[in-house]
Write a protein that binds this ligand. Structure first.
Ligand code: PLP
Length: 416
């Protein structure tokens, strides 16, 4: 296996690293090797500066003030919405609803759309590899409405059986809610096919794109997507900001989750009417700084180029899979072939508990995650209580993958 240089991917990881202040940190007197990107990504200087500039020079509430600061804050907030809309190729910027993150976006659909559209005896199709954020809200909806959840057959590496999926549709199928990339297995699901089949039955699809949009070019119109949920903090943006993309007609028909300021047209003593999209679904003062920071993150990713991000991570994933599969006693989860997977690599080292592996790697300055990754049903399917997980992003290098492989080998030797 040749060591990837990322040059072929058209991405200069060394120059990119210089944009991320935290990557220069030392941890336990070692250079930080940050491989916990599926949990949250690091932030480039451009995002940190955008937050600081907002707070230092034009902090004000939006949509309400007639003064200059408020007008500027409103313009920047709405500009961020337009940039996010362009990033995912939404037809209209009002199809981008700012939320706190993926979790809130999915709950918004489960309440605002689900309570209106799902009834007794109806069915929602999911997979067993969903993050709890794309599982628990549907369980709650099913309980409220007397509906049931059905699971699309998939293999142990997260490959969906499309023929079996196509056969699951019936008159009671109301929604498909599926991850676009597993946060445990790294598997990329065939979103376009899943959506196309669902649409043959007039069933909308919600894509949990928390792990895909940060790493792959995603075009919601090309996918013909209905709802897409993602988080700013996993794509170089701040925490506390995320997005629900929804097709205009679906969002229009939705009930708001939060009643309060900004989302009303007329309020009377006993009833109110709602204003237009996107404000109808953004009650209360939103995370103004967060949205502006997300706009800066999207700019950064677009300047690097999403195809370059994807191919850089693809090269590194291939390299990591080959190094780790050469290590004795290391069990890898997810597809071996890097073609249909992203850079999320879950592994188990001999009989060593993943938490111990994580702690030993941390002592070497290597940040990975260990646990059930908010995917307990998938852990049960895999027959483990937890895994260790390394996850890559645009600033990671082959040298860091070498560090990971050496660290795992040391951790294994330590427990032998
Ligand atoms: N869905 C997937 C696939 C995830 O990986 C995550 C976070 O790890 C989420 C949903 C939840 O995202 P958030 O906690 O930002 O709402």
């Amino acid at each position: 296996m040749t060591v990837p240089t990322s040059a072929a991917a058209g991405l200069d990881a060394t120059a990119i690293r210089a944009d991320f202040p935290v990557l220069a940190e030392r941890v336990h007197e070692r250079p930080l090797v940050y491989l916990d990107n599926a949990a949250t990504s690091q932030k480039p200087r451009a995002v940190i500066d955008a937050l600081q500039t907002y707070y230092e020079t034009y902090n004000a509430n939006i949509h309400r003030g007639l003064h200059a600061l408020s007008e500027r804050a409103t313009a920047e907030y709405e500009d961020a919405r337009s940039r996010v809309a362009r990033f995912i190729n939404a037809a209209h910027s009002h199809e981008v609803i700012f939320t706190r993150g993926t979790t809130e976006a999915i709950n918004l659909v489960a309440r605002g759309w689900g309570d209106e559209s799902v009834g007794e005896g109806d069915e929602i199709l999911l997979t067993e590899m969903e993050h709890h954020s794309n599982l628990v809200p549907w369980q709650m909806l099913a309980k409220r409405r007397g509906a049931s959840l059905r699971y699309i057959p998939m293999d142990i590496e997260g490959r969906i059986d499309l023929e079996a999926y196509a056969r699951m549709f019936g008159p009671r199928t109301r929604l498909v809610a599926v991850t676009h990339m597993s946060n445990v297995l790294g598997t990329i699901t065939p979103a376009a096919e899943l959506i196309q089949i669902a649409h043959q039955h007039d069933v909308p699809v919600l894509l949990d794109a928390a792990q895909s949009i940060p790493h792959l070019p995603v075009d919601v119109q090309a996918l013909d997507a209905d709802f897409v949920a993602f988080s700013g903090h996993k794509m170089l943006g701040p925490t506390g900001i995320g997005v629900l993309y929804g097709r205009e007609a679906l969002l229009d028909a939705m009930e708001p989750l939060f009643g309060g300021g900004s989302m009303i047209r007329v309020v009377e003593l006993h009833q109110s009417t709602w204003t237009v999209l996107p404000y109808k679904l953004e009650g209360g003062t939103p995370n103004i700084a967060g949205a502006i920071g997300l706009g800066a993150a999207v700019d950064y990713l677009q300047t690097v180029g999403m195809p370059a991000v994807t191919s850089h991570e693809h090269e590194l994933t291939e390299y990591a899979l080959s190094l780790l599969s050469d290590l004795d006693g290391v069990r890898l989860f997810g597809p071996r072939d890097a073609t249909d997977r992203g850079g999320v690599i879950s592994f188990y080292v001999g009989d060593v508990h993943p938490h111990d592996v994580g702690t030993l790697l941390d002592a070497d300055g290597i940040a990975v995650r260990a646990g059930h990754h908010c995917a307990q049903p998938l852990m049960r399917k895999l027959g483990v209580a937890a895994t260790a997980r390394a996850s890559l992003y645009l600033y990671n290098t082959a040298a860091e993958v070498d560090c990971l492989a050496d660290g795992i080998a040391r951790a294994k030797a330590f427990f032998e």
